[in-house]
Design a binder for this molecule. Structure first.
Ligand code: 5GP
Length: 212
């Protein structure tokens, strides 16, 4: 028995930590249980990225309109571009009972936690800083300046990791996916998330006692 509403999970991690691959795999394995929120960004698409799949790629004006209308749960500036989480899809999926994953950076993660305190915060890291640098360089999609900026940002973000609830070390992909799934499953059983069920059981128990 578990509560019906999904859990909102924010997954952050250094750029190059492999969090995107973990989430993609999580959704492939458990398509009915998870929904991945697609963010809006003013960044240019990378080769192979599709509008509406990786991101909604929008202009700065469109992004500002979304802010003004209150369409975003949170937004942040990251290495020269805006990124934000559209509200409607997240709310709809949570109500449908799916665990919604937001793959966002630390400023946004903390804002979401402030607005929606039930949010679960996970942080993904590669096994070492050396590995992180190698992954960023190996990706081949960013200029050396952008890689430098992302490493600088990673160093800053490393200072905020303690504000997350779980650390996931991305060494072996499938093991990592299993771990993330288990963490979220366990969260469903946390007493604080099960108040409605407990109240129901207690109500029924009291009615038994009254009847006897
Ligand atoms: P990238 O340009 O590599 O796709 O993303 C850069 C950073 O922005 C990553 O850390 C990613 O998790 C974060 N990000 C993506 N979408 C959002 C969002 O909607 N809000 C916030 N705050 N960060 C986001």
């Amino acid at each position: 028995m578990r509560e019906q509403k999904g859990i909102l999970t924010v997954v952050s991690g250094f750029s190059g930590s492999g969090k995107g691959t973990i989430m993609k795999r999580l959704l492939e394995r458990y398509p009915k249980e998870y929904a991945l929120s697609v963010s809006a960004t003013t960044r240019q698409p990378r080769p192979g990225e599709v509008h509406g799949r990786e991101y909604f790629f929008v202009s700065a004006e469109e992004f500002e309109d979304m802010i003004a209308r209150g369409d975003l749960i949170e937004y942040a500036r990251y290495v020269e571009n805006y990124y934000g989480t559209p509200r409607a899809y997240v709310e709809e999926q949570l109500l449908a009972g799916r665990n919604v994953i937001l793959e966002i950076e630390i400023q946004g993660a903390l804002k979401v936690k402030e607005v929606l305190p039930d949010t679960l915060l996970l942080f993904v890291t590669p096994p070492s800083a050396q590995e992180l640098r190698a992954r960023l360089e190996g990706r081949g999609t960013e200029s050396p300046q952008v890689i430098e900026a992302r490493l600088r940002r990673a160093a800053e973000e490393g200072q905020g990791v303690e504000q997350y609830e779980y650390l996931v070390v991305n060494d072996e992909l499938e093991e990592c996916v299993t771990l993330v799934h288990q963490i979220i499953q366990c969260e469903h059983s946390r007493m604080a998330r099960c108040r409605n069920q407990i109240n129901e059981i207690n109500k029924e128990l009291s009615s038994f006692v009254k009847q006897s």
